[in-house]
Ligand binder design. Structure first.
Ligand code: ATP
Ligand code: MG
Length: 258
């Protein structure tokens, strides 16, 4: 799988918004390949959303380059989706904005994302979890080869989060789409990701979830506590520990000025 041509490949990505004195993202190398689930974690303001938007070509680069596979179909759920609460809008109509889709297709994606039959509901009347699933359904409407989800589980409780990540894995196996996610939900995300990137203006560490959770840079950022919680989490969930250690301390070829 790692031999496949990347869907998106970025090298030396540097972003400095016009209002910012220093780059908010510097010297980031990134690639995502078909059917991979990659999660970006990092504290508030560490540049996660900026990275995603740069990869999508939504923000200008100060340096570096981003190559997207020609014709790449992307389903994007931004961190903040503004919907005018005053305007009545049904789920069905929302799914046909900006591109009209058939009733059959709308119904199929709502069913796939676990919210079948919500078509006639008002968007404003949905629960947080239902709304996130409707956003995912909409992102799936153009058969994306890459799903980009910026904090898709905001506002969900713990079971809601676990359910949502399960759904992401199902979508990946059903559609073969790669998934790039931003998350704060470290423990839950660990299990659903093939690869985790720990960001803080630059890539601090990356690798398998197990390797990253053991990496000093990760522990420095999220505290030793997170390690204890991870151990607890793994204890409760019986899964494979054979890969622990691979890629730990993964070496980067750029310099960190801190
Ligand atoms: N247009 C802009 N002008 C100036 N600074 C900006 C601009 N856009 C982003 N920034 C700064 O860049 C940094 C990274 O922002 P970004 O939204 O990428 O962080 P994030 O990791 O997604 O944070 P969060 O977890 O809160 O969503 C922040 O300090 C932010 O204030
Ligand atoms: Mg963000």
């Amino acid at each position: 799988m790692t031999d496949a041509t990347p869907l998106i490949h970025a090298t030396d990505l540097t972003v400095r918004p016009s209002g910012a004195e220093v780059p908010v993202l510097a010297h980031v190398d990134f690639a995502i390949r078909p059917a991979e689930i990659v999660t970006v974690v990092g504290p508030n303001g560490s540049g996660k959303s900026t990275l995603v938007r740069a990869l999508l070509g939504h923000v200008p680069l100060a340096a570096g380059r981003v190559e997207r596979k020609p014709g790449l179909r992307i389903g994007y759920v931004p961190q903040r989706v503004h919907i005018e609460q005053a305007l009545p809008m049904t789920v069905r109509r929302f799914l046909s904005l900006p591109v009209r889709v058939s009733d059959e297709r709308a119904a199929a994606e709502l069913a796939r994302t676990g919210v079948p039959g919500l078509e006639s509901r008002q968007i404003s009347a949905l629960s947080g979890g239902q709304f996130q699933r409707v956003l995912l359904a909409r992102a799936l409407l153009n058969d994306p080869q890459l799903l980009v989800l910026d904090e898709p589980t905001q506002g969900l409780d713990q079971p809601g989060m676990v359910g949502f990540y399960k759904l992401i894995e199902e979508v990946r196996s059903q559609t073969g789409a790669a998934v790039l996610m931003v998350s704060h939900d470290l423990l839950v995300v660990m299990r659903a990701s093939d690869r985790v990137i720990c960001l803080n203006g630059h890539i601090c560490c990356e690798g398998t979830p197990q390797a990253v959770s053991a990496a000093p840079a990760y522990r420095a950022m999220f505290g030793a506590d997170s390690q204890g919680m991870l151990a607890l989490y793994e204890h409760h969930h019986d899964h494979d520990h054979d890969h622990v250690g691979t890629g730990a301390g993964h070496d980067h070829h750029h310099h960190h000025h801190h």
